[in-house]
Design a protein around this ligand. Structure first.
Ligand SMILES: Nc1ncnc2c1ncn2[C@@H]1O[C@H](COP(=O)(O)OP(=O)(O)OP(=O)(O)O)[C@@H](O)[C@H]1O
Length: 289
């Protein structure tokens, strides 16, 4: 009997098309799976769908056809240890798919057919009693402000270019304030921090080579300096070695606190401002490799 899976599709994600979804559905059936199509109708749906599937099924296989933001939504709805998650990249940056080395839609489908899985740890932030999980990274400072400033109308037309446009606006109205990062009893002042749960960032760029989805904890990058420091970091990101840039202090942590008043992005979507706490949640879900 074909094994059941639930295809959570975000029709607003960067490289969505009905034709590709039809191809995914057919490809899953050809590979012996029995997919149920679950298109989202709002940004709240990925988490709601995941919560419902965990309540109604024993270890549901949830396959996200979308980008990192939709994966993030699903992670925020599922019950820890009670689901398996697969991804078919249909987003703009698709950092998770790149992290796993998924080369194409067909490659993703083949992996779902093989169903080799491994548990992953995620991050959880807490602010004013409200909690939210992230898979790839939490960024406070410039990258949070850039993500907050992306206009949907520009993203529809320019794709990744909308982030560059927003970055230019952030650079023009530069925020000189600092925040402090406290981990294991030590505090550090800086202008921005990126808490990495995965090595890649913003696409195929390796920002945090020591971060690993499969082991609990983060590689934390604290960036000190003004516009020039960030421009340098951006260039080093393009050519490798960003974590060793002079303006960056890098360390490992499993729990930390951020102070200040900086915009925060989680997995590429704006969430809130600091202050907040971050901790690692081991073995949240089994990920199809
Ligand atoms: N039907 C929907 N309508 C509006 N927003 C949605 C819908 N479904 C999901 N979303 C939200 O849209 C946001 C972006 O989606 P997603 O990440 O899938 O695409 P992307 O931004 O193109 O890709 P990436 O994050 O990989 O760059 C996410 O926050 C997601 O929760």
């Amino acid at each position: 009997m074909p094994s059941r899976c639930f295809l959570i599709v975000n029709p607003t994600s960067g490289s969505y098309s009905q034709k590709t979804v039809d191809r995914i559905m057919a490809g899953l059936r050809q590979r012996g799976l029995d997919p149920e199509l679950m298109p989202t109708t709002s940004a709240a749906d990925p988490a709601l769908f995941a919560a419902r599937l965990c309540a109604e099924h024993d270890d549901p296989l949830m396959v996200v056809a979308g980008g990192d933001g939709t994966v993030n939504g699903v992670l925020n709805g599922l019950v820890p240890g009670k689901a398996t998650l697969g991804v078919v990249p249909l987003g703009t940056a698709n950092v998770l798919a790149r992290e796993l080395g998924i080369a194409s839609v067909d490659d993703a489908l083949d992996r779902l057919a093989r169903r080799a899985t491994r548990p992953i740890s995620v991050g959880e932030i807490e602010r004013d009693g409200e909690k939210r999980r992230f898979l790839l990274m939490a960024g406070a400072g410039m990258d949070g402000a850039v993500v907050r400033g992306v206009r949907l109308s520009e993203k529809r037309i320019l794709g990744k270019g909308a982030y560059l446009l927003s970055a230019l606006r952030v650079l023009l109205s530069w925020d000189r304030s600092e925040l402090s990062v406290t981990a294991a009893g030590r505090s550090l002042s800086c202008h921005g921090v990126i808490v990495c749960n995965a090595a890649k960032y913003g696409g195929n760029f390796v920002l945090a080579p020591e971060a690993d989805l499969f082991s609990p904890g983060f590689q934390v990058l604290c960036i000190k300096g003004g516009r020039l420091a960030y421009l340098k970091l951006g260039l080093m990101l393009l050519f490798g070695g960003a974590s060793v840039a002079g303006s960056v202090t890098s360390f490992a942590a499993t729990e930390l606190e951020l102070s200040g008043d900086k915009a925060v992005q989680l997995d590429g979507d704006y969430f809130c401002c600091t202050p907040l706490r971050i901790r690692t949640l081991p073995d949240l879900v089994r990920l199809v490799l």
